[in-house]
Design a protein around this ligand. Structure first.
Ligand code: IMP
Length: 194
């Protein structure tokens, strides 16, 4: 069965291809000639993931899944959440986003936060969602060089290191996206989706 992953992020694509072990013909947006700016107009991760996967299904008639991720900080009432990519502005600068988070948490003791990923899978017009969460803390300052986004200021509770101090493999085993994708892959491999 053909399955579109609504992304052109090669890293995400390779990761899932490996997990699916050839059971599905996985296509990315380039593979289906999609150059659209896919709308993300909702105010929740669930809404945006769903909007993206249905956009592809409705336009191309292909089964599809899409993901959406946010960093949810307890002391900031769940911010930046669905606005994580553009928290400090439309230029989507990771440095500015991290600086804004650190400034807002200045002198705040409660550093609890979590990353949450929602994956929306649409097969024959029917949607199933999968959630992955990693709980952790926002550090006082940046630590580490690897990864992307908020990785240098996020330390998962099951480690003494920030995400940016971990190898990709190590991070994927416990990360929000890794956990959501594991659930998606288990569902697809169980045959329940067909
Ligand atoms: P997306 O939905 O995967 O595009 O993620 C939205 C935004 O959340 C990204 O632009 C990053 O700022 C942040 N983000 C998502 N996943 C991660 C991660 O694994 N580490 C750090 N930041 C992330």
């Amino acid at each position: 069965m053909k399955l579109v992953f609504a992304t052109n992020n090669q890293h995400k694509l390779q990761e899932i291809k490996q997990l699916l072990n050839g059971s599905f013909e996985l296509l990315c947006l380039n593979d289906i000639g999609c150059e659209d700016d896919i709308p993300e107009t909702k105010e929740t991760l669930e809404g945006n993931a769903s909007e993206k996967s249905y956009f592809i299904f409705n336009k191309y008639g292909l089964n599809c899944f899409a993901d959406d991720t946010g960093l949810e900080i307890k002391a900031l009432n769940g911010e930046p959440g669905v606005y994580s990519a553009r928290y400090a502005g439309e230029d989507r600068s990771a440095e500015n986003n991290m600086a804004l988070v650190l400034a807002k948490l200045d002198k705040i003791k409660n550093r609890n936060a979590r990353f949450r990923t929602v994956v929306s899978l649409v097969i024959d017009g029917h949607e199933t969602q999968f959630e992955g969460i990693v709980e952790g803390q926002i550090l006082e300052e940046k630590r580490g060089e690897t990864g992307f986004g908020y990785d240098p200021i996020f330390k998962p509770n099951e480690s003494t290191r920030s995400f940016a101090e971990m190898s990709m493999d190590e991070k994927n085993k416990i990360s929000h996206r890794g956990r959501a994708v594991q659930k998606l892959v288990e569902f697809l491999m169980s045959g329940k989706s067909i």
